[in-house]
Every structure is written in structure tokens, then in C-alpha cells.
Design a protein around this ligand. Structure first.
Ligand SMILES: [Zn+2]
Length: 265
């Protein structure tokens, strides 16, 4: 797991698998952890690293309900998990899916010593909306934006005082857009359009997979991904993969799944 400081109030961890990202943000004596690393050892070291760095953990947040982003409570069992209302609704209707997929991953990769995952009672946050962090003169706000398209649910967090955007599974430097069950190309493109002004004003963008990228690089990826999605909409079978990422077999597999999702009746 890599750790990167983007700002005095923002630390990002990048997991050794899928480069799944986890963002710690603080203001005064309050702090949130958004999403999670994946391997047990990465989750085990997280509380100590954040304590040493002076990052309080008052609560956990997630960008969306895919299991690899939901593991924060394995590191902080006493902290409550909050998510956008679309994610809470999705997790409520998919009882057990995250647990099942986590178990399948651990079995496939011989990952041992994982404590059972309990999401606790999820707190639903209104999106669009704002979440206060800290109090008094050092208080700030996280702005929440809806991000459907990859899945049916999703929330991006804009940290205005740091100009950092934590966007979930969009704008990845390592993964092409993925239309998962519940997602759609049109919703994905609407999300890119919604995020575009934030990306233009961001110093850093933290994608769900891959190390943080500059706002300028994120703008390039946004344009490339929108072009790819436009081609999928026009002529799914003939769409060309995004040039900077589409060359490996796993990305081709994602592309084939996208084509199948678009062509499905
Ligand atoms: Zn993901």
C-alpha cells in the first residue's frame, strides 16, 4: 500500500490490489475516511498510520456500494459508515452481496485472517448536499455530488478548501469506464458532465482505482472517456478503447462487458 499527502488535510492510500484508493480528510479535531484499501494487512496498519499523522477518524464514508470500497469498518470497527442515499438504498436491497463477493475474493486469492465484515447501521446522506467537518473557525464542508453510471449508486466528495475531488470509480488512470449492473452509458456521461467543472478547478483528483492525478490529467481522461462512451452509444461493437488504458487483457474484458451491457435488450 502506498501513502501520499495531497494537502495538509488530505492523505491518500492506494491498495496493492486494483489500486483501490482510500482518502483521509481532516479539519480541526474531526476527520473522515472515504473508501478503503482491500488487503487485511493494509486495513490493520491504517489506524496506527492515521493516528501518527494526526488524523482523527470520526466517521467513515464511501463513494459507492461495490465491496472493495466498503471495508473501512474492518479497520475502524467502532466508527459509523455513512453513504449517499442511493448507496444506502442499493446496499439495503442487495443484502449479503458485499459479504459474498468479499468472501469469493478471499477464497480465490487465499487471503486468510479476515474478520467478518459488518457494515453496522448505515447513515444515509442527502445528495446533492453538504457535510460539515470540524467546528469553530477551522470548520469546513464536504460537498456531495451524485455519480451514477458505473453502478446505479454513487457519490463524489468535493473538498473545497483543498480543491481535491474524491470521485469514486470515474476518471481512473488505470481502468477504462466500467458499466456494471445498474449503471448505464447515459448516466455515466451525465456524471462526467457534472464532474467536469469540479475537475477543472481541482488541484488533485482521487479516482476509486489508481493513484491521485492532477486536475489537468483528469481533464484529459474525462475527455477520452466521454469520447469512448459516445462511441459505445453510437456503435457499441465498433467502439475503440480509450488510448491511454485499453491495451491489456483485463481492460479488453471490461470493454467486452460494456459492449454486452449496451447491446442487452
Ligand atoms: Zn471499484
Amino acid at each position: 500500500m502506498r501513502a501520499l499527502a495531497l494537502h495538509a488535510d488530505v492523505l491518500v492510500f492506494v491498495s496493492d490490489v486494483w489500486q483501490t484508493s482510500c482518502t483521509a480528510v481532516r479539519a480541526g479535531d474531526e476527520g473522515f475516511v472515504i473508501d478503503s484499501p482491500v488487503y487485511p494487512e493494509e486495513l490493520r496498519v491504517l489506524p496506527g498510520v492515521l493516528e501518527q499523522a494526526g488524523y482523527p477518524v470520526s466517521g467513515l464514508l464511501t463513494t459507492h456500494g461495490d465491496w472493495d470500497h466498503l471495508l473501512g469498518r474492518l479497520a475502524f470497527p467502532g466508527a459509523a459508515l455513512a453513504a449517499g442515499e442511493s448507496t444506502v438504498a442499493r446496499l439495503g436491497s442487495e443484502l449479503g452481496q458485499a459479504h459474498r463477493e468479499l468472501r469469493e475474493f478471499d477464497e480465490e486469492h487465499y487471503v486468510a485472517d479476515r474478520a467478518p465484515l459488518s457494515l453496522g447501521s448505515l447513515q444515509a446522506l442527502p445528495v446533492p448536499g453538504r457535510l460539515e467537518i470540524g467546528d469553530g473557525p477551522g470548520a469546513h464542508e464536504l460537498e456531495l455530488y451524485p455519480t451514477g453510471g458505473h453502478t446505479a449508486d454513487g457519490t463524489a466528495f468535493w473538498l473545497d478548501w483543498c480543491t481535491v475531488l474524491v470521485c469514486g470509480d470515474y476518471l481512473s488512470p488505470v481502468e477504462i469506464p466500467a458499466i456494471s449492473p445498474g449503471g448505464s452509458v447515459s448516466d455515466y456521461r451525465a456524471t462526467l458532465k457534472r464532474l467536469s467543472p469540479l475537475v477543472a478547478g481541482a488541484e488533485w483528483v482521487v479516482p476509486g482505482h489508481g493513484a491521485p492525478i492532477t486536475g489537468a490529467r483528469a481533464q484529459e481522461i474525462l475527455a477520452e472517456d466521454d469520447e469512448y462512451l459516445a462511441e459505445l452509444e453510437r456503435d457499441a461493437a465498433g467502439a475503440r478503447l480509450p488510448g491511454s488504458r485499453g491495451s491489456t487483457p483485463p481492460q479488453r474484458k471490461l470493454h467486452d462487458a460494456n459492449v454486452a451491457a449496451v447491446l442487452a435488450p
